[in-house]
Write a protein that binds this ligand. Structure first.
Ligand code: KG4
Ligand code: ZN
Length: 334
């Protein structure tokens, strides 16, 4: 089965053809991130205007070698996301579904991030053996959630952030450290390419002992801001980046493992842009192996927004929307 996955919830516009829910045939992503850099964050109106220009070229490239007669269904992210961006992806998908006469599947963007873990491509072509029940940790620019999955389509939300998302905290800390937008990849680079130790900064680990699966990251960010006067040179920046990553990672790991233990799961999946973070990847792997859980991360380029993860989620949760019901647009949600 070939599914065309379309993603346009934030600054990326993605279209991808995925075979049988895991094999990537094409995956085209265009990002307007450079247009937002000078503002220090995403400007929704700018993102939507760029998407209006680029969505058809992106889809055309993704289907360049596949006649549309061979596509079995169209899947689209229907939220959460920026209203203008969503409109462009969803309306384009509705029209394609109508003129090509293909089923349309609405996919919750966050579930898409989970399903990035089922994707394979040339460099990740080993058989993926994810076992249920599993805990999924979603760490993106807009969300931080822990979800229990008993099977495909069976989601139980266990908890999430009470304030900033993990990615948002990375981006705000990056701004304080003057690293530009988005801060996540910059902090990762700064902290992982240096051999110096952090002997200077201490940040809090909010809610690490709380008896639930919620998170709070705004206090870590505030603490970075409060210590700015002590960041005097590049070495200090690196030390702060190291401490910041450790603080966020520690909280994420403790809560994820706590949920894994409580629900006696077999696998842990991590998804969303922050899943590209090298320190989180290595520490989470270490702790999961220690506790005998199978741990999965998407390939780094598939952790951030893309159409392939939307197609994969649609394949494993196939619930087409009747053209007649397109106004209501029910989709996959948890
Ligand atoms: O999932 P995503 O592409 O978009 C949303 O759905 O929000 O996530 C974007 C977020 C940004 O906050 C970005 O800074 C963060 O993911 N991110 C990272 C890394 N790469 C992207 N954070 C930490 N380390 C990284 N390597
Ligand atoms: Zn995302």
């Amino acid at each position: 089965m070939l599914i065309l996955g379309i993603e346009s919830t934030c600054d990326e516009t993605g279209a991808s053809i995925v075979k049988n829910g895991n094999s990537i045939i094409s995956n085209i992503i265009s990002s307007s991130v450079n247009k937002h850099k000078k503002f220090g964050g995403i400007v929704p109106e700018v993102a939507a205007r760029e998407q209006l220009k680029i969505i058809i070229p992106v889809i055309s490239e993704a289907i360049a070698h596949i006649p549309h007669a061979k596509i079995d269904a169209i899947a689209v992210s229907f939220g959460p996301g920026l209203q203008g961006s969503l409109l462009i992806g969803v309306e384009t998908s509705k029209i394609l579904s109508l003129v090509w006469n293909k089923p349309l599947i609405g996919v919750n963007h966050l579930i898409g991030h989970i399903y990035a873990n089922w994707l394979t491509n040339k460099s990740r072509n080993k058989k993926i053996s994810i076992n249920f029940p599993l805990i999924a940790l979603i760490v993106s620019g807009g969300h931080t959630d822990l979800v229990l999955m008993q099977d495909h389509g069976k989601y139980k939300w266990l908890g999430g952030t009470l304030d900033d998302a993990a990615g948002e905290a990375f981006d705000k800390a990056g701004r304080v450290l003057d690293l530009g937008y988005p801060g996540g990849p910059q902090i990762d680079k700064l902290a992982s390419t240096s051999t110096i130790n952090n002997d200077k900064f201490i940040l809090p680990r909010p809610m690490i002992k709380s008896n639930n699966y919620n998170f709070s990251f705004s206090g870590i960010k505030t603490s970075v801001i409060n210590q700015t006067n002590n960041i005097k040179n590049n070495q200090d920046k690196i030390k702060m980046a190291i401490e910041f990553q450790q603080a966020v990672t520690e909280v994420l790991i403790i809560k994820t493992l706590k949920a894994a233990k409580k629900y006696q799961v077999k696998s842990i999946l991590v998804g969303g842009g922050v899943a590209a973070n090298s320190y989180l990847r290595s520490e989470m792997k270490k702790e999961s192996y220690k506790n005998s859980y199978k741990i999965f991360f998407p390939e780094k380029n598939l952790a951030v927004d893309n159409g392939a993860m939307i197609a994969a989620a649609a394949y494993y949760n196939f619930k087409p929307i009747k053209i007649i019901n397109l106004q209501t647009f029910p989709g996959l949600a948890f």
